[in-house]
Design a protein around this ligand. Structure first.
Ligand code: BT5
Length: 270
């Protein structure tokens, strides 16, 4: 197992502008998102990051769990105070996903894809997930917490049995252990780059990079929403407005990220 993270090792000489100006490293916590919310309540600055070696109640979207064993992954959350209207906040999920995909691509020789809205996959298997949360929707500019979980050095045996057909890790893909610290630093730099690009208003430039990583556009897919599957061609994706599906049955339809439980290739089994 690699050495536990420290704020110094993560940020010395890194040169980020916003992300990671303050870093908190924990041995173990319920969920780094919870700890980030506690920091936000104490007025933590934009870009404050919480890492944990292990999460006992890591979570995904819609009440799902995130498996986060000790020392094998990057389990982190960032407090964000974006200067943008709240109806644009869904783009933060895409910021997390594309930063993760870019950091993976510079760490091991693979082509990671972003599976909208919040998965990063390699060869169709999930290697990372993003969880963006906003709590006070009535505030003018509420903080958000952006959680990112990346399977770095998990072996196949460390993945729960039921996930093995659908999940992977950087080590599994690279065929050997990966330098977890180097990867975490790359991720902080990529997050800093894409977050600033978006808040500084270069949404077009951001979309271009993000589109280049997108999975499944133009393909036949299955979308689950409200517990029901819909089949059709995935015509287009927008980080804020969601997916546009030309459905086999019925008129074309847009689905927002918050309503989509799952997006899968048409022929995938889960
Ligand atoms: C996600 O949710 O993919 C968001 C995961 C975010 C995790 C980070 S870790 C740091 C921060 N603190 C937290 O508590 N969370 C964030 P979703 O799309 O709902 O996917 C969840 C599903 O992915 C589960 O139902 C499993 O099927 C699968 N899964 C769980 N753990 C996994 C893992 N380690 N690797 C791959 N797939 C996993």
């Amino acid at each position: 197992m690699s050495a536990p993270f420290t704020p110094e090792a993560l940020t010395d000489g890194l040169g980020t502008h916003v992300i990671g100006k303050r870093v908190i490293c924990l041995e173990r916590t319920s969920s780094t998102n919870d700890r980030a919310w506690a920091e936000a309540a104490h007025r933590a600055r934009d870009g404050t990051v919480v890492f944990a070696e292990e999460q006992t109640r890591g979570r995904g979207r819609l009440g799902r769990t995130w498996h986060s064993p000790r020392g094998a992954g990057v389990w982190m959350s960032v407090v964000l105070r974006p200067e943008m209207p709240i109806d644009r906040y869904p783009i933060l999920t895409s910021v997390g996903a594309v930063a993760t995909a870019a950091a993976i691509a510079e760490t091991i020789p693979v082509s990671p894809r972003v599976r909208w809205p919040n998965d990063v996959v390699i060869g169709g298997r999930k290697v990372a997930g993003v969880l963006a949360e906003v709590r006070d929707l009535t505030a003018r500019r509420p903080p958000a917490v952006l959680g990112i979980g990346v399977n770095v050095n998990l072996s196949r045996d460390e993945l729960p049995k039921e996930l093995r057909p659908f999940a992977t890790s950087l080590a599994i893909e690279a065929g050997g252990l990966v330098n977890r610290l180097r990867f975490a630093r790359a991720l902080l730099l990529q997050l800093d780059h894409f977050y600033r690009q978006v808040i500084e208003g270069d949404v077009e430039g951001f979309n271009e990079r993000w589109q280049a990583f997108l999975d499944l556009v133009g393909e036949r897919v299955r979308v689950r929403t409200g517990g029901r599957w819909h089949v059709g061609r995935l015509v287009d994706i927008d980080p804020v407005a969601g997916i546009f599906l030309r459905s086999d049955a019925g008129p074309p339809h847009r689905y927002l990220a918050e309503h989509v439980e799952m997006l899968r290739p048409f022929d995938a089994h889960a």
